[in-house]
Design a protein around this ligand. Structure first.
Ligand SMILES: Nc1nc2c(c(=O)[nH]1)N[C@H]1C(S)=C(S)[C@@H](COP(=O)(O)OP(=O)(O)OC[C@H]3O[C@@H](n4cnc5c(=O)[nH]c(N)nc54)[C@H](O)[C@@H]3O)O[C@H]1N2
Ligand SMILES: Nc1nc2c(c(=O)[nH]1)N[C@H]1C(S)=C(S)[C@@H](COP(=O)(O)OP(=O)(O)OC[C@H]3O[C@@H](n4cnc5c(=O)[nH]c(N)nc54)[C@H](O)[C@@H]3O)O[C@H]1N2
Ligand code: SF4
Ligand SMILES: [Mo]
Length: 676
């Protein structure tokens, strides 16, 4: 009998917690805490405590599947890849879309974007970051020069005021919420904006601003106007590190606080208390997420939070800044690697110059020089789709419409570990290896690069994502550019063309528990936990104020659809639930989709706790179990995104933020009825 304890990283969120897996005779049989790991020090949330069950699920894909006369038949790799190769050769570059996954390692993601650009000649390569953090680029590049998290998650303990803006931290970044608790033990105050009364409101918040959906802009403008009126702005910081305050001051002089109170539903005294607490702090730290991003004004909301931080001088220090909380295990890395239609690897904006750089680096010619299409635009405009580890039939708004466009495509190939909702519509399905069945690096929320090793054999005929894509490229006539024999070899190419990763090596990562933060320009460099210590990433190094007006959401409740609907997460599940719904211990906690209804609304609608209700919007309708709770304010309903048979995105509005094409999945208008 051979028993091994091997250290690895949890496959779910971007905290990047360490765990030990117990492996007996080549099979994972249990797990143990990793006490020395700096991120979690032995603690894990419920998902991390049940990290591997899904990989042994009976219905794991183990062979390629090819659709024949309408039904899937198992096939050889030879047959499946030949078919995909011949079909993709028919695709014009502008009709081909490729969507990578946040489950991908950096090595996978790098090879995937190289495939789109070199083999298919298009920048139509994206990942789920578009539905999530694209507003960080739209909001933070103009104000501070870069959309990445600015401080290390460990440094959050140093802050004396933490502003959680639309992030249900306790459920979505459980290990970072431990840091917030530690800061609170040392006297820090926590401000929280969320229309719901979540676990974060109850356990972490000192000042919960329970605003009406979609009114963050009105709230932040009011806070800034109060700070200026009280003379609490950081004059030295503004003089030395920013530009454009006069314009902001001018704009804010027109703000009517009474109107802000009416729009947000938050008493002005409470807004004042939050403004003064944040402004007076020595070290203020904004952590923000989807509550402010997934709106038609997401990019604007991010700008406003950056304005607030610049006004108070809360940036460029450890435990400070405006921190975009990319949520997926490789949410940062898949973007760093260039799985975005406007960026080549290393955030080199698509241009003739960037194309030339990569033509030289890769030894190719004619790389695309025009931006490609974003995630949702690809779905609506392409005829050939290669979908790797993600499920637009669950995570993109207006799923009924998404289904129609997918059914009209010429060819869909899905590469996943399960037969997902989109895989059911595919022509070919390719079985991928999971995180412990291959080697690779991931880049976590705070730009922390950690390495994950291969510990068990790939089941059946599954292969790592990078290998499948490389073998396809080989079949399509590009063998020399994709002749990688290991993940390590790909990482060396990454280091050679992405300067932020230059100093990071597999050898260093093996020796550094907790990983290394990029930018890391040389092998002697320790990595960069805090950004912007001396200057911002803007061309002149200054922070730029950007005044923004409040605009209402694209769809507001009315007589026909009288409630606001918002969507989001439970601590026990992960997005589509394809992994967590195959984990019995997590299913015991939350076995089915539900909708939160305020007790007052429940009485009005005649709904009792646990009733099955129908929810209907202009897009479609679903059924879900009612949970009557004051987690939601009157007039607001909440559904988690994790369940295919109560799919939140059947209901959501497909209106996009024009600045970044992120969808407004945090607010639309809905009707509620008891199922009769
Ligand atoms: N358990 C679990 N953890 C996860 C994930 C998961 O699926 N499950 N996913 C990961 C990923 S990829 C991401 S991006 C993060 C997401 O992390 P979060 O953004 O924290 O998650 P959400 O639940 O989508 O949204 C957060 C909150 O926004 C609030 N909200 C809704 N509308 C508004 C508004 O108008 N203003 C404000 N201020 N708040 C509003 C909602 O009520 C909700 O409580 O989580 C990561 N962590
Ligand atoms: N209404 C609404 N919609 C939302 C959101 C919301 O808050 N509300 N949030 C948005 C956000 S922030 C995000 S990040 C997206 C998430 O959207 P997705 O990324 O589409 O969701 P996941 O469940 O993370 O998808 C992971 C997929 O990868 C597969 N998989 C797991 N491991 C591997 C592997 O090693 N290789 C391959 N090839 N596949 C693998 C899983 O089976 C699963 O199908 O959803 C977005 N959609
Ligand atoms: S906090 Fe995130 S990384 Fe840590 S155990 Fe939970 S899901 Fe895994
Ligand atoms: Mo996300």
């Amino acid at each position: 009998m051979d028993i091994k304890y091997v250290p690895t990283i949890c496959p779910y969120c971007s905290c990047g917690c360490g765990i030990y897996l117990v492996i007996k005779d080549g099979r994972i049989i249990g797990q143990e805490p990793w006490k020395e790991h700096p991120v979690n020090e032995g603690a894990n949330c419920p998902k991390g405590k049940n990290a591997y069950a899904y990989i042994y699920s009976e219905d794991r894909l183990k062979m390629p599947l090819v659709r024949k006369n309408g039904v899937f038949k198992e096939s050889s790799w030879e047959e499946a890849l030949n078919l995909v190769s011949s079909k993709l050769k028919e695709a014009a570059p502008e009709k081909f879309g490729l969507i990578a996954s946040c489950r991908n390692s950096n090595e996978d993601a790098y090879v995937i974007q190289k495939f789109a650009r070199v083999v298919m000649g298009t920048n139509n390569v994206e990942y789920c970051g578009r539905l999530c953090h694209s507003s960080a680029v739209a909001g933070l590049v103009p104000t501070m020069g870069s959309g990445v998290m600015q401080t290390s998650q460990l440094e959050i303990e140093l802050a004396d005021c933490i502003f959680l803006a639309g992030v249900n931290l306790k459920e979505t970044f459980p290990m970072i919420s431990r840091r917030v608790l530690r800061a609170k033990d040392r006297g820090a105050k926590v401000i929280y904006t969320d229309p719901r009364n979540t676990a974060t409101a109850r356990y972490l918040a000192d000042i919960h601003l329970q605003l009406k959906s979609g009114t963050d802009a009105a709230l932040i403008n009011a806070m800034m106007s109060i700070i200026l009126a009280e003379g609490l702005e950081n004059k030295e910081f503004i003089a030395t590190r920013t530009a454009g305050l006069d314009e902001l001051r001018n704009f804010l002089s027109k703000i009517d606080l009474k109107q802000a109170e009416e729009l947000t539903g938050v008493p002005i005294e409470k807004i004042r208390e939050a403004a003064i607490t944040y402004a007076r702090a020595e070290r203020g730290c904004i952590l923000y997420n989807q509550g402010i991003c997934q709106h038609t004004v997401g990019g604007d909301n991010v700008k406003l939070h950056a304005d607030l931080a610049l006004l108070c001088g809360h940036a460029g220090k450890p435990g400070s800044g405006v921190n975009s909380m990319r949520g997926q295990i490789n949410g940062e890395g898949s973007g760093d690697m260039g799985c975005l239609c406007v960026f080549y690897p290393g955030f080199k904006r698509v241009s003739e110059e960037a194309a030339k750089f990569f033509e030289d680096a890769w030894g190719v010619s004619n790389l695309p020089t025009k931006p490609g299409m974003t995630y949702i635009d690809q779905l609506y405009n392409c005829k050939f789709l290669y979908m790797i580890g993600g499920d637009p039939m669950m995570v993109v708004p207006d799923v009924n419409n998404v289904k129609k466009v997918l059914q009209n495509m010429n060819f869909i190939v899905v590469q996943d570990i399960f037969l997902t909702e989109i895989a059911r519509l595919a022509h070919v399905v390719l079985p991928a290896a999971t995180w412990v069945e291959r080697e690779g690096t991931h880049t976590f929320v705070d730009r922390r690069v950690q390495k994950i090793n291969k510990f068990i054999d790939t089941p059946g005929e599954t292969k790592p994502d990078w290998l499948i894509v490389s073998q396809l490229a080989e079949r399509m006539g590009h063998k020399d550019k994709f002749s990688f024999s290991s993940a390590g070899e790909i990482f060396e190419e990454i280091r050679s063309c992405i300067p932020q990763y230059k100093g990071i090596t597999y050898e260093r990562l093996e020796k550094t528990v907790g990983g290394i933060h990029w930018p890391c320009p040389s092998e002697e460099h320790p990595g960069t936990p805090t950004m912007f210590l001396e200057k911002f990433g803007t061309p002149d190094g200054l922070g730029h104020f950007q005044p923004v007006e409040y605009k209402p959401p694209a769809e507001m409740p009315d007589e026909e659809y009288p409630y606001f609907l918002t969507t989001g997460r439970s601590i026990f599940h992960y997005h589509t639930g394809h992994m967590t719904r195959r984990t019995p211990k997590l299913m015991n906690e939350v076995p089915r989709g539900f909708v939160e209804v305020n007790p007052k609304d429940a009485i009005k609608a005649g709904v009792k706790d646990r009733d099955i209700v129908t929810l209907e919007t202009r897009r479609g309708s679903i059924e879900a179990e009612a949970r009557v709770t004051d987690n939601v304010q009157p007039g607001l309903l909440f559904i988690p995104v994790h369940f295919a048979d109560s799919c939140a995105n059947v209901l959501t509005n497909s209106a996009l933020d024009p600045s970044c094409k992120c969808a407004e999945t945090k607010v639309c208008a809905v009707r509620l009825e008891v199922k009769r």
